[in-house]
Design a protein around this ligand. Structure first.
Ligand SMILES: [Zn+2]
Length: 310
C-alpha cells in the first residue's frame, strides 16, 4: 500500500491567512524568502519551507495506480498539482485515477475540497449516513454539486480498488455549522487494509479521547496517522485566541497525562505519525522541546509530500 500525505495541517493550514502566531510568522517569512530566491536563482533548488503545511488530506493506493482520497481539503487543487500521480495519465485530455473520496467527518477543512472536484463526471463518495445528512441539509454542498456531476454515495464497510475500508465512531463533536446535537458517526476513524498484502493503515485525524474503541481500531495496524492538532489542552486559550480548550474542540492534546503521546510511546505499531497539526503547535518547530519529546518516543511528524509504502 502506498500512502501520500497531500496535506498535514489542521484547519487554516500553516500559515493561516489571518494568524500572527510565531509559527505562522516564520512560515510566511520562509515563503517570501523562497519566492525571492526563485526570482534571483531560477534554476536553483528552493529549500522546502519546513513549517509550511496545507490542510490535511491523504491519498492511498493498493496498486500505485488507482487512488482513494481520505478527506477533501480546501487546498485540494494545489495538492493535486504537487502530486502528478493524481493527474490524467497516458496523455489523456481529461481524467484522474481518483476512485473515491472517503470522509472521516463533515468538518469544513475535510469536505470543502469536494467543490474543486466539480469538473468530474461522477464521484464515488464514502461516508457515514450522519455525515451525508450534514452535507445534504446543514451545509448543503452535495445538492449543489449534484447539479455538476453524479455523486454515488455508500457507507462503511467499503471495498475500493483493492482496499477494504472500515470506519469506527470515535465519539467526537458535530461541526459548528450543524443544526443538531452530535450523533454517532459524526466523527470516525478509518481502518484501511490492502486486500492483497494485508497491510493496514489507521487514519484518525480527529479524536477526542483515547478510548477502548480507539485502541481496538488501532490494534495490530502497521501505520497510524493520528490527530496531532494541539500540543496542550490550553494551547489556544493561553495565546488568547479562543476560550475553547483542545478537549472542547474535540481533539485530545499530545501532552499531559491523558494525552496521546503517553499512549503512543508504548504502542506496538511500526509507524506512528502525527497529522492534522494546528499552526500554533510547537511540535512544528524542529529542535523545540516539544518536538524532541515526540521524536524521543519514536513518533513522527507528518509533512506535506510525505510518501511511503507499507
Ligand atoms: Zn498561526
Amino acid at each position: 500500500m502506498r500512502i501520500h500525505v497531500l496535506g498535514s495541517a489542521a484547519g487554516g493550514g500553516v500559515p493561516q491567512w489571518n494568524c500572527g502566531c510565531p509559527n505562522c510568522r516564520t512560515a510566511r517569512r520562509s515563503i517570501q524568502r523562497s519566492a525571492v530566491s526563485a526570482r534571483l536563482h531560477p534554476s536553483s533548488l528552493i529549500p522546502h519551507p519546513s513549517l509550511r503545511r496545507t490542510q490535511s488530506s491523504v491519498a492511498v493506493s493498493a496498486d500505485g495506480k488507482r487512488w482513494v482520497l481520505l478527506n477533501a481539503s480546501p487546498d485540494l487543487c494545489t495538492q493535486f498539482a504537487s502530486f502528478p500521480s493524481l493527474g490524467p495519465s497516458g496523455g489523456k485530455l481529461r481524467g484522474s485515477p481518483l476512485e473515491a473520496v472517503v470522509l472521516t467527518d463533515g468538518e469544513m477543512d475535510h469536505v470543502t475540497g469536494l467543490l474543486s472536484l466539480r469538473e468530474q463526471k461522477n464521484l464515488r463518495l464514502v461516508c457515514t449516513k450522519g455525515v451525508l445528512n450534514l452535507l445534504k441539509h446543514d451545509f448543503p454542498i452535495l445538492p449543489a454539486l449534484g447539479r455538476y456531476f453524479e455523486i454515488q454515495h455508500s457507507s462503511f464497510p467499503s471495498r475500493i480498488a483493492g482496499l477494504q475500508i472500515l470506519a469506527e465512531d470515535v465519539s467526537g463533536k458535530a461541526p459548528p455549522y450543524a443544526k443538531r446535537a452530535s450523533r454517532n458517526g459524526d466523527v470516525t476513524g478509518l481502518r484501511i487494509k490492502s486486500v492483497e498484502t494485508g497491510k493496514t493503515l489507521v487514519y484518525l485525524p480527529g479524536v477526542s479521547a483515547i478510548t477502548n474503541r480507539v485502541r481496538r481500531l488501532v490494534d495490530g495496524c502497521d501505520c497510524l496517522l493520528l490527530d496531532g492538532t494541539f500540543w496542550s489542552n490550553d494551547e489556544m486559550t493561553s495565546l488568547g485566541l479562543t476560550k475553547r480548550t483542545a478537549h472542547d474542540m474535540g481533539h485530545v492534546p499530545i501532552s499531559g497525562d491523558g494525552g496521546s503521546l503517553a499512549w503512543l510511546s508504548g504502542l506496538n505499531v511500526k509507524r506512528r505519525i502525527y497529522i492534522h497539526i494546528n499552526n500554533t503547535n510547537p511540535v512544528l518547530r524542529k529542535g523545540s522541546r516539544e518536538r524532541k519529546a515526540v521524536e524521543r518516543a519514536g513518533v513522527e511528524i507528518a509533512h506535506d509530500g510525505m510518501d511511503f509504502r507499507l
